[in-house]
Design a protein around this ligand. Sequence first.
Ligand code: MN
Ligand code: MN
Length: 324
Amino acid sequence: MFPGAGEQIDAMVSPRIAQIPTFARLPFTRDPDPRVTSGVFLGVPFDGGVTYYSGARLGPTYIRIESRLLRPYNHALKIYPFKVLGAVDYGDIDVIPTSVEKTLNSIEETIRDLDSKGITPFIAGGDHSISLGVLRGLSRHKPILIHFDSHLDYWDQYWGGERYTHGTWVKRAIEEGIVSSVVQIGIRGPQYSEEDLKFPEKSPVPLTIITMDEVAYYGVTWLTSRLKSLKGKIYVSIDIDVVDPAFAPGTGTREVGGFTPRELISILRSLSEAEVEMVGIDVVEVSPPLDHTGITSLLAANLIYEAMSVKAVQTARKNLIQMS
Ligand code: MN
Ligand code: MN
């Protein structure tokens, strides 16, 4: 009954409600074999970096539960993501619930180790502060950061000097020189001041803000055509609050007027047509205690699935080039 890397427990043999809920019912291992595995799911159950409602520490657990419905074939992208990546569930990072900085170190160490083996991480948070640890672990790539969020997350500090929070990680990543440029998508809601949106003028790396109003005006196709022209290495970070709270209520810092899940999925899929290499991806800020009927966790599980599918398309294309 228990399958190998890239294979799910067969729902026709063992019903989805049975067995321990790993991501998509893939095998669990702390020691993935890089000869067969090039992508892992991993959880970061940490929410010590939030500034408002908490609960994202339970994200990985509930995303795993809702991911039991994911099936092997992605019809839209014509790919078997788990099979192509030899995907497994790596489990969770041992976070330190009372320390952001120690947790960031722990994340960095694990990610660097996986990356050195050629294994791409597909991460479920946790609050958004965790993305800084991931980017540190992937620093040798210095990727373009594609940041989906309703918030800018590049404020300097909170409460008289707290520099590591879910609202400051983009600023830290830029200062630390671990991203080559930043594209922020879905920004909306009130700002602290007019100055907030002027940071791109001062940023030492190119920073592009695509507001939700712009997407609403020009359309999703306009956005996807811009994304398709990207080249190079990318890291994708999805704050679930980029989706409208009507569809994703289970998150701590909600802003009205966001993407529908339909739109976000098609935007993600468009990356499969760009000449990019995805070096990692996270879906963060899912807070199960604030969720209803698990819909936010279900959406997060599907977004991770779509991201795995994009990576699988890139991997299949690369293998084809190497063979020819
Ligand atoms: Mn946000
Ligand atoms: Mn965020």
